[in-house]
Design a protein around this ligand. Structure first.
Ligand code: MEV
Length: 327
C-alpha cells in the first residue's frame, strides 16, 4: 500500500531573484501538484523513480546504481531526495529499505518549484510511513536544506510555498506572511520548453549585482516598491494595476539578464492577445512565463501562447500546501 503525499507547484507573481538579496516576493501555490509514493523495500536500499523524467536509480550505502535513463541526470535530480530520506531514517533510528516513486503534473525544471514540491512531498510521505513526527516548520526547514544542494544560493521561497500553500508575502529575514486574499487571480502559464538551471540563473544575477552595486541597489528598491504597490492592488481587487506592475517587474528581470528569446516571444504574444500583464516566473533563462488576464480573455491568451510556440495551461491558486493523499 504505502503512503502518498503531494505538494503544490508555485508561481512567483513578483520579486524572484531580488528575493535572494533580501527583498520581498509575492508567491502563490497553484492547483498543480507533485505526488510522491513511498513503500517499504525488503532490502536496505533506496530506490527512486521519476515517471515523468523516465529516470530510476538505486542508492545502496555509498553506491549509486542507475536503473533507467542518464546516470548524471538521475544523480543530480535524486540527490536531494536521498538526503532527506536519510535524515528521516536517522530520526527513525533503524535502517530500512524504501521505494520512492515521483509523479508530477507540473513541468519539471521550468521555474514552477517542482523540485521543492518533490522534496516536501517526499519528507511528508517518508516520515508518515516511518512514524516520525514532523511539524510543518520541520518540513520547511528540511526542504530548504535540500534545495540549497540543488540551487546553491536559495531564498527559501519555493520550500515555503510547497509546504504551506496559499498566497504569501515572503522575505528572507522576516520569513513569510500568508495573505488573506479572497480575489481570484486568473493566470495563464506559458512553458517555453527550454530547460535551464536555477543555480546558473542565480549566478548570472549575482555577477550583475557585483559589477554594478549602486544600480543593483536602485533596482532592489524598485522591486520593493513594486511588491508594496502590488499588495495594495491585490487587496483592492485592482487587476489592471497588478498587471502593469508585472510588466515593470519583468523589465527589471530582463535588465539583470534572466529573460531570453523564448520567454520574450511568449510574453509579447500574451500581451498582444490582451493580457493585463505578463512576466517570466521563477528563475528565467527559459522555463515559464505567466500572464494575468480578465476571465473572458484567458482562452485567447492561452491560444496565443501556443501559436507562439509555447505550451500553455490555466492556473488557479490553491490553499493547500503539502498533504497526505493516501495512508
Ligand atoms: C526560484 O524559483 C526563485 C529564485 O528567486 C531563487 C530563490 O529565490 O531561491 C530565482
Amino acid at each position: 500500500m504505502g503512503v502518498v503525499a503531494s505538494a503544490p507547484a508555485k508561481v512567483i507573481l513578483f520579486g524572484e531573484h531580488f528575493v535572494v538579496y533580501g527583498e520581498p516576493a509575492i508567491v502563490l501555490a497553484m492547483d498543480r501538484r507533485v505526488y510522491v509514493k513511498v513503500e517499504n523495500q525488503e532490502d536496505n536500499t533506496l530506490h527512486v523513480r521519476s515517471t515523468n523524467l523516465n529516470l530510476a536509480a538505486c542508492f545502496e550505502k555509498n553506491r549509486f546504481r542507475i536503473e533507467q535513463g542518464d546516470p548524471k541526470e538521475a544523480r543530480l535530480r535524486f540527490e536531494p531526495v536521498r538526503q532527506v530520506v536519510e535524515r528521516i531514517i536517522e530520526e527513525h533510528g533503524a535502517s530500512v529499505g524504501l521505494n520512492v516513486e515521483i509523479n508530477s503534473t507540473v513541468p519539471v525544471g521550468a521555474g514552477l518549484g517542482s523540485s521543492a514540491a518533490v522534496i516536501a512531498a517526499t519528507i511528508v510521505a517518508v516520515s508518515t510511513l516511518l512514524n516520525v513526527k514532523l511539524h510543518k516548520e520541520d518540513v520547511f526547514r528540511l526542504t530548504c536544506e535540500a534545495e540549497k544542494v540543488v540551487h546553491g544560493a536559495s531564498s527559501g521561497v519555493d520550500p515555503a510555498i510547497a509546504t504551506f500553500g496559499g498566497i504569501i508575502l515572503f522575505q528572507m529575514d522576516t520569513g513569510f506572511k500568508p495573505l488573506d486574499l479572497r480575489m481570484d487571480i486568473p493566470l495563464v502559464i506559458g512553458d517555453t520548453g527550454v530547460e535551464r538551471s536555477t543555480k546558473a540563473q542565480v549566478e548570472k544575477v549575482k555577477s550583475i549585482m557585483e559589477k554594478y552595486p549602486q544600480i543593483a541597489q536602485l533596482m532592489m528598491n524598485t522591486v520593493r516598491e513594486i511588491v508594496l504597490r502590488a499588495m495594495d492592488a491585490l487587496k483592492e481587487n485592482d487587476l489592471e494595476t497588478v498587471g502593469s506592475l508585472m510588466n515593470v517587474n519583468h523589465a527589471l528581470l530582463y535588465g539583470v539578464g534572466v529573460s531570453d528569446e523564448s520567454l520574450e516571444w511568449l510574453i509579447n504574444a500574451a500581451r498582444k492577445a490582451g493580457a493585463l500583464g505578463a512576466k517570466l516566473t521563477g528563475a528565467g533563462g527559459g522555463g515559464c512565463m505567466i500572464a494575468l488576464s480578465n476571465e473572458e480573455k484567458l482562452d485567447r491568451i492561452s491560444e496565443a501562447i501556443q501559436n507562439a510556440g509555447g505550451r500553455s495551461f490555466k492556473a488557479r491558486k490553491t490553499d493547500e500546501g503539502v498533504r497526505i493523499e493516501q495512508n
